[in-house]
Design a protein around this ligand. Structure first.
Ligand SMILES: Cc1ncc(COP(=O)(O)O)c(C=O)c1O
Length: 378
């Protein structure tokens, strides 16, 4: 007997599969479907990994030096004194999110989140037997949850997942709003899980950490985005004291440790500021190219891309079936994009997400290919 599986597939993967098929047929495809840097790890991090490979067999291991260095990141970015022992290294933000959810919540508990939002929030919550409460967030709140949304929920959910900058929109929660969210959550006993994976990638100045206002929040982060080390599978969870033991027990049982080679490389990467900031400068140029070009494509209803490397564009005047639309766009122009249905099961059929984490000439090329295609749409 088949069992209904509530966990949906990632639809961008089928666009990517079609893109690979077209490439195998000799087509030239520009990949804007996945949110991943097209660059590799910083050069010094790669050199360190090569040296470690030659001398170290690798082991189950958690680098104290890396935890201390990550703690310093919170001091440098947010002026926060963080005990490095509260940092649990993980194989990317994805396992850190699983750890955060299973240590803080029990099956059946309700977890609020913004819709649109990163596809894995809803699916992880469902996979863990918890109940996602998706709150429709539109342009009026920059597609983000607000303190007012959380104050209005009756009964209060057990938890909330926030992300700033967010995927798929790139929008940032202002510092004041974050403080207000933390205050409502403290008052109503709602535990915050804050996904801060896009920290460091902001075009609107510093972005606050939830830890500045909610010391008992669980914070997820990763080397995949700012540090350009997506394939190294390295990230971390900052756990509050009351959940630290539970989170460590889950890390040990579910995932053991983060890759030792990546921990060595990650420690070096954190000091490669010039190289990493050059990526941010490139994303800023790419973002500007997109913002300048979108009106000519007729895409004027977009989320303000404050950070990350995404444009979340409303294409409802062109389609009701964004999956088919993205497929056609790819076949006709060779530009791969992510259909909005991954991020919003209700309204997503009207949205397309462009990732501009590619080389600047490729962004220009994608715009040149897409402009006549969009202009030819009725
Ligand atoms: C918002 C968000 N959180 C988490 C992840 C997962 O990242 P990681 O590669 O660190 O597992 C992603 C990946 O795109 C993401 O966009």
């Amino acid at each position: 007997m088949s069992r209904h599986d509530p966990v949906e597939p990632f639809h961008a993967i089928s666009i990517s599969r079609l893109a690979r098929q077209l490439e195998a047929e000799g087509r030239d495809v520009i990949h804007m479907e996945f949110g991943q840097p097209s660059t590799g790890a910083p050069a010094a991090a790669i050199a360190r990994a090569q040296a470690v490979l030659a001398s170290d067999p690798g082991s189950y291991w958690e680098s104290d030096a890396l935890k201390a260095r990550i703690a310093r990141l919170y001091q440098d970015r947010h002026g926060l004194e963080l005990n490095p022992e509260r940092i649990i290294l993980s194989c990317g933000a994805s396992p850190a999110l699983v750890m955060a959810l299973t240590s803080a919540f029990r099956p059946g508990e309700v977890i609020a989140m913004a819709r649109p939002g990163y596809v894995a929030y809803r699916n992880n919550v469902l996979a863990l037997g918890m109940v996602p409460l998706e709150i429709a967030c539109g342009p009026e709140s920059r597609y983000q949850l607000t303190a007012a949304h959380l104050a209005a929920l009756d009964p209060a959910p057990a938890g909330v997942i926030i992300a700033s900058p967010a995927n798929p929109t790139g929008t940032v929660i202002s510092t004041d709003e974050l403080a207000a969210i933390a205050a409502v959550c403290a008052e109503r006993g709602i535990r915050i899980v804050s996904d801060e994976i896009y920290h460091g990638l902001s075009f609107v100045g510093p972005v606050a950490s939830a830890l500045e206002f909610a010391p008992d929040a669980l914070v997820v982060n990763s080397f995949s985005k700012y540090f350009s080390m997506v394939g190294w599978r390295l990230g971390w969870l900052v756990a509050p004291d009351d959940l630290l033991g539970s989170a460590r027990a889950r890390m040990g049982n579910l995932f053991l440790t983060a890759p030792s080679l990546s921990q060595h490389a990650g420690l070096v990467a954190m000091d490669c500021v010039d190289e990493l900031e050059a990526h941010v400068a490139r994303y800023a140029r790419n973002r500007q190219l997109m913002l300048d070009a979108l009106p000519a494509l007729g895409l004027t209803r977009i989320a303000p891309p404050d950070g990350a490397f995404y444009v979340w564009a409303d294409v409802r005047h062109l389609t009701d079936d964004v999956m088919d639309f993205a497929r056609q766009l790819l076949i006709d122009t060779g530009v791969a994009t992510a259909p909005g249905i991954d991020f919003d099961p209700v309204e997503g059929r009207h949205f397309l997400r462009f990732s501009f984490a590619v080389d600047t000439p490729l962004v220009a090329d994608a715009i040149a290919r897409m402009t006549p295609w969009f202009q030819a749409r009725p």
